[in-house]
Write a protein that binds this ligand. Structure first.
Ligand SMILES: O=C(O)CCC(=O)C(=O)O
Ligand SMILES: [Fe+2]
Length: 225
């Protein structure tokens, strides 16, 4: 699944995010990468432990969690802590795969989906495309500020060199309640079908009830509570 969700941040939230990001302290991005990814990661990470950082993280987290299409397609069970990263001066994040598991204890999650929420307008920097390799295809994403790109964490991907300007993004990972991507897609289609059916059929009709029963039973088969 490769999906661009537009307007995850509205103009007001985007302005606040830009303002807050400008006051943050930045540290070497290699600190938050796994051993292999570290060797190809040439960017900076915002220190979100400050009050301003926490405010930014909370605001971005709320907007992402509130997005209905993200909820419907990803069926999130857990979110990783968000990172905010900055790439400039020819910086890049070379081809890598994300760690399969992140965090420890209660906060540990399996990474099923990765996302990038763009905070810089695409015209304000050169390069910096997020390039995702999947099933023999290569997808390039460089979207408007406020848009979010969602892709399978199973893919190799890279951030192309940023040759001018600054690319600031928020990245994070999702563990889905539906581990298998094909199963997740079937449930997404069935949910859409239920919404369409609801326009012409009563929720007590045999058609609506049978579809609801099938969705619930597939969730039992495929889902994790
Ligand atoms: O900056 C991006 O768009 C993706 C970053 C990335 O691949 C990562 O942090 O693992
Ligand atoms: Fe990555």
């Amino acid at each position: 699944m490769f999906l661009t969700l537009s307007g995850v941040l509205d103009a007001g939230q985007l302005a606040t995010a830009t303002e807050l990001a400008a006051t943050l302290r930045w540290i070497d991005g290699a600190a938050t990468a796994g051993p292999a990814a570290r060797t190809v990661k040439h960017n900076e990470q915002a220190d979100l432990s400050s009050r301003t950082g926490a405010k930014l993280r909370d605001m971005l987290g709320e907007a992402i969690r509130a997005h209905p299409v993200l909820a419907a397609t990803a069926q999130p069970r857990r979110f990783s802590p968000l990172l905010v990263s900055r790439t400039q001066d020819g910086g890049t994040y070379g081809l890598h795969v994300d760690n399969p598991f992140m965090g420890t204890g209660e906060a540990r999650l399996r990474t099923d989906l990765s996302f990038t929420l763009f905070l810089s307008e695409p015209g304000s920097y050169e390069g910096g495309e997020l390039e995702i390799h999947h099933a023999g295809n290569t997808h390039h994403a460089k979207t408007a500020a406020g848009d979010l790109v969602l892709y399978p964490s199973t893919s190799l991907h890279q951030v192309c060199p940023v040759t001018s300007g600054q690319r600031i993004v928020c990245v994070g990972w999702i563990e889905s309640s539906i581990r298998d991507a094909a199963a997740r897609e079937i449930l997404f289609d069935l949910e859409n079908l239920r919404a369409t059916l609801g326009q012409t059929h009563d929720v007590r009709s045999p058609e609506y009830l049978t579809l609801s029963k099938s969705i619930a039973n597939l969730m039992r088969l495929w889902g994790e509570a």
